[in-house]
Write a protein that binds this ligand. Structure first.
Ligand SMILES: *Cc1c(COP(=O)(O)O)cnc(C)c1O
Length: 429
């Protein structure tokens, strides 16, 4: 299976004028081979490429599209907003309404600031944490992704605490020298770090549902111990809920685990498919931000009325239509169908699933909880499965370590189709 002639033509044009032909690396299909589809449109759970071929989509633009593509309520809200002007660089009603919504729904957030991407939300939250605590160290976990801000692009070593080594060219060693990288699910290393450097730590940042390197579901106790160490030593706990926020439920992973962070970062779902990020926390902490406080943070298009309208419409549909409960039902169905497939085909794999986020852990019969536990063979095993599903009109993410997303546009039949196609694929010798 390869991309159709129109997709290939367009992508050849892209390759001439854009590095790798893309604006975000994983879109280039590097990990699975072949050429990416160039997409013309999306509707509900279906995307259509420029050759007019339809695909049942489980990527959902990597997380934002919790209602599916071009949901009528979101389209309508965007159209209504855009008619009134696209940006003012001044306070506007939809940003205040969306801020009120976040404050109402998410535990521990009294104030919120909007930005234009998840990366920006994390970058700003970390600066705020450093400014508010007067400390410099940031702790992150191997396998968690927090966007492409310099001091989060840190290579992880094996085992013990790793001192910041940049994982990307162009990141100075100095930018990562104040970042500590710990393995997930490892109580001892965490205890060691806090024993040695607890009083220098400004913040611990984690994806409470790590979903950027497989789906490495954590034990609640591990997350609770982060909360406890931070409280004991005066560090801030930041939940990066860019994927999990407003997807797991109205109160995100914080509500799911019953653990309240000091700061939370959002993106993806909160923008309803438009470029939005946000971060929030208690009012006294948020007051450290300019103009009230001394931590500088700004954005020309932040709180953009069109983007805010898309986010508001998305949350509104989720609330009115019992969205999170329906997504949980779909997720339960998907898990039982796929687990059935893995059993009948005796595949060396398991399914990780929480709410509407799922991931096929190839090469692992026990679900991995840390990056070190990931099966090294997964990438190689995944490529032919991905290609076979795509040839059958089903789009999963083009990487073994990216999760899948369900939306309210998916039906029981869509899930059944995924399961039967996967069964055929895995059953092939
Ligand atoms: C996607 C993501 C980011 C970065 O968001 P962008 O909008 O791509 O900059 C940060 N953190 C997590 C957990 C993410 O999944």
């Amino acid at each position: 299976m390869s991309a159709g002639p129109e997709s290939r033509d367009w992508f050849a044009r892209a390759l001439r004028v854009q590095p790798g032909g893309v604006d975000s690396p994983v879109r280039a299909f590097g990990a699975v081979g072949g050429e990416p589809l160039v997409i013309a449109s999306g509707r509900g759970a279906t995307i259509t490429d420029v050759d007019g071929r339809d695909y049942l989509d489980f990527v959902g633009s990597w997380g934002p599209l919790i209602l599916g593509h071009a949901h009528p309520a979101v389209v309508k809200a965007i159209q209504a907003a855009v008619r009134k002007g696209t940006t003012f660089g001044a306070p506007c009603r939809p940003e205040i309404e969306l801020a009120e919504k976040v404050v109402e729904l998410y535990p521990g957030i009294e104030q919120v600031r909007f930005v234009s991407s998840g990366t920006e939300a994390v970058m700003s939250a970390l600066r705020l944490a450093r400014g508010a605590t007067g400390r410099e160290l940031i702790v992150k976990f191997e396998g968690c992704y927090h966007g492409h801000v310099d001091h989060m692009l840190v290579a992880a070593g094996s085992g013990l605490v790793t001192f910041g080594q940049p994982s990307s060219a162009g990141v100075p060693r100095e930018s990562t020298a104040l970042t500590r990288v710990l393995p997930l699910d490892d109580d001892e290393t965490l205890a060691d770090l806090f024993a040695r450097e607890g009083d220098r730590i400004a913040a611990v940042i984690i994806e409470p549902v790590p979903a950027n390197n497989g789906l490495l579901l954590q034990r609640r106790e591990f997350l609770q111990s982060l909360r406890d160490y931070c409280d004991r030593d005066g560090a801030l706990l930041i939940f990066d809920e860019v994927i999990s926020g407003f997807r797991l439920g109205p109160d995100g992973a914080a509500g799911h685990f019953g653990i309240t962070p000091d700061l939370a970062t959002f993106g993806k779902v909160i923008g309803g498919g438009m470029p939005v990020g946000a971060f929030g926390g208690r009012a006294a902490l948020m007051a450290e931000l300019s103009p009230q406080g001394s931590v500088y943070q700004a954005g020309t298009l932040s709180g953009n009325p069109v983007a805010m309208a898309a986010g508001l419409a998305t949350l509104d549909v989720l609330e009115r239509e019992d969205g999170w409960a329906r997504l949980e039902e779909l997720g339960t169905r998907l898990a039982s169908e796929i687990e059935g497939v893995l059993e009948t085909t005796q595949a060396n794999a398991s399914l990780a699933r929480i709410g509407s986020i799922f991931w096929l852990a190839l090469g692992s019969r026990d679900l991995p909880r840390s990056a070190a536990a990931l099966a090294p063979s997964a990438a190689e095993t995944y490529a032919p499965i991905f290609r076979s599903l795509l040839a059958n009109g089903i789009a999963l993410a083009p990487s073994a370590f990216e999760v899948g997303f369900l939306s309210l546009a998916h039906s029981a039949r869509d899930i059944e189709r995924l399961a039967t196609t996967l069964q055929r694929t895995l059953g092939e010798p």
